[in-house]
Design a protein around this ligand. Structure first.
Ligand code: ADP
Ligand code: MG
Length: 389
């Protein structure tokens, strides 16, 4: 287990907190503040315990240059509203002006540094840059689970210089995802969907070491169908992964469950004509865009007694409302399930949000790529660099 903010004395200290404020913006406004809210427990704790809080984050991909549209000012504004206190927004994350502003701080003050990725040294994890960041503070807290799979200056470099601990969001992610992988309560059922099997094969391999059931949906099911010799019309298929699919089917045995019916469309379009067909009867010119109603019922049965459920990847092209029903039905079912339910993955988390049930899922991971790598059983550099208890 990693040390957390509870394990260090923060009173009167300058605490540098890496948060994940990589939020969507439109016209200078934050359009979804979920990630800002997710960091509040750590920030509130530090403020309540008399720390000087210096926040840093990346936003988008400015590629080492200043990009005005990717400044963190809208984030600072929203954060100040949520905290109910002023947030001092600086125009850089290192340098003399930043040092001067930090020197003026008093316990209970909050500063937000500028987008760390305006400096190319952030993503290259440049030691001199990391030293400058670290020199601003006495303690480092990493609460940016979403960036933990990257060894950058603000996630890993700074830990060489400062006592480094996890924030509450990071702790929650490690606890839920770690427990699901290492010691899940059984029955443990995983739902895997999304576009491609090739991007999920690491997760499939890892989950197959522990799951009692693996329910497949989304585009990746098509490659399994084709490997079984079933026609999939014009559906997305990865021919390069047919062997992997066959091997996986064999290894998983009857734990792996595929859709029995699918929603097909006559073109890849939100307004396409659609119909429900049994698997194996996809018309040659049509393509699969969602799981069908019988599959939804089958998956509900398989999920019914589960004590742990992990879900990555949507069951269909949920971006088209008429092809979102399979994904939304599963989301609503999980919301009512008495189980440790964990949803991770950029798109599936968005889908669960759209279904309106995110607050009834035990853990909605804030990491897209990071949760995927965690579920593959990889060590994430941003977590590995924190102190052990
Ligand atoms: P996550 O971000 O949850 O890990 P992925 O990125 O792997 O999920 O996959 C999400 C994408 O998969 C979505 O954009 C969705 O439209 C697409 N998808 C799901 N089902 C299908 C399908 N049957 N055909 C094509 N694309 C699909
Ligand atoms: Mg995705």
């Amino acid at each position: 287990m990693k040390k957390t903010v509870r394990d260090v004395e923060v009173e009167g200290k300058r605490v540098l907190v890496r948060v994940d404020f990589n939020v969507p913006l439109a016209e200078g406004q934050v359009t979804d503040d979920t990630r800002i809210r997710a960091a509040l427990p750590t920030i509130d704790y530090l403020l309540d315990h008399g720390a000087k809080v210096i926040l840093m984050s990346h936003l988008g991909r400015p590629k080492g240059k200043v990009v005005d549209e990717l400044r963190l000012d809208p984030v600072a504004e929203r954060l100040a509203e949520l905290l109910g206190r002023p947030v001092g927004k600086l125009d850089d994350c290192v340098g003399r002006e930043v040092e001067a502003a930090v020197a003026e701080m008093r316990p209970g003050d909050v500063i937000l540094l500028e987008n760390t990725r305006f400096h190319p040294e952030e993503t290259s994890n440049d030691p001199a840059f990391a030293t400058k960041l670290a020199s601003l503070a006495d303690i480092f807290v990493n609460d940016a689970f979403g960036a933990a799979h990257r060894a950058h200056a603000s996630t890993v470099g700074v830990t060489e210089h400062l006592p480094s601990v996890a924030g509450f969001l990071m702790e929650k992610e490690i606890t839920f995802l770690g427990q699901a992988l290492a010691a899940p309560h059984h029955p443990f059922v995983a739902l895997l969907g999304g576009a491609k099997i090739s991007s999920k094969i690491g997760v499939i391999d890892k989950l197959l070491t522990t799951v009692d059931g693996l329910l497949i949906g989304g585009g990746m099911a098509n490659t399994f169908f084709k490997a079984q010799g079933q026609g999939v019309g014009q559906s997305l298929v990865e021919d390069d992964s047919l062997d992997v699919a066959s091997e996986t089917l064999e290894r998983a045995g009857d734990r792996l469950v595929l859709p029995v019916d699918v929603v097909v469309a006559d073109r890849f379009d939100a307004e396409a004509n659609l119909k429900v067909v049994p698997v194996g009867q996809v018309p040659a010119d049509w393509l699969i865009l969602d799981i069908g109603p019988e599959t939804v019922e089958l998956y509900k049965q398989k999920l019914a007694g589960a004590r742990t459920v992990v879900w990555n990847g949507p069951m269909g092209v949920f971006e088209f409302p008429r092809f979102a029903e399979g994904t939304f039905a599963i989301a609503r079912f999980l919301a009512d399930l008495e189980a440790i339910t964990i949803v991770g993955g950029g798109d599936v988390v968005a889908a669960v949000g759209q279904a309106g049930v995110a607050d009834r899922i035990a853990h909605v991971s804030t990491g897209g790529g990071a949760s995927l790598e965690f579920l593959e059983g990889k060590s994430l550099p941003g977590i590995a660099a924190l102190e052990d208890k």
